[in-house]
Design a protein around this ligand. Sequence first.
Ligand code: 1HE
Length: 259
Amino acid sequence: MTKQETLRFERRGAIGVLRLDRPHKRNALSDAMVAELDACVAALPAEVKALVLHGAGAHFCAGLDLAELGARSAAEGVAHSRGWHGVFERIQFGRVPVVAVLHGAVVGGGLELASAAHLRVAESGTFYALPEGQRGIFVGGGASVRLPRLIGAARMADMMFTGRVYSAQEGQAAGISTYLVPAGKGLAKGIELARKIAANAPATNFALMHALPRIAELGQDAGLLMESLMAGISQSEPEAKRRMKDFLEKRGTKVRRRR
Ligand code: 1HE
């Protein structure tokens, strides 16, 4: 277990568990915390193939640390936002897939951080908001790019115009989370999913993290070509050959109907 000022990192075999650990401030993202997050993701041990991100205390994350906002000039505000963009990009397009486990408040920058993860598991008491609208500011941690891709620009604008708070169930229906679990069950579910992800062939995870989101932004022609390139590369990996052979020789898992 590595303890930094604002985070706790623990390796559990092939997965890492990273906890936002500033519960007395509801895990509000101070500059120090964002810097630690960046350093921690950059320094993940090579054995770690997937990461679970969760929050200590009653909330996932209260967003930007508002106590640090006051003194910034416009230029400093732009630089600060660009700093967050860099950190969240390095999470989204980093080495390992990230499963965010959400509970309590997932608001402002907390929702931006969650949106940079690759999978979101929400506990039933989770709630989502973008209070920037009410604080007289705009989002700055990538929400206007990532959130419309999850829930649509109209829903995001509604959240900011009106201060609308989405419940866990509404967030699931809108597409913020793709797993909804009872209160207290999020971390176990996140770990279960991360273990599955960590057991995938590296080329598959690479394609899902790095190719799929880019393909989704391309026109059909370029998108289909990029897909073919990725398909060819992944199929040619020895790991894929082994998995295919396992299936044909009755050692691989079958797809089964859920009970
Ligand atoms: C904070 C923050 C914060 C709590 N910055 N200190 N985000 C917001 O506008 C959300 C603001 N926070 C809240 O609405 C609530 O605190 C919560 C719903 C998240 C939690 O409520 P609760 O009742 O559990 O906690 P609390 O009593 O409100 O807060 C406990 C302490 O955390 C208190 O400090 P204390 O010293 O008085 O004990 C709060 O001041 C502190 N705290 N949230 C600083 N956000 C790059 S652009 C991104 C832009 C944004 O993210 S804007 C949205 C900011």
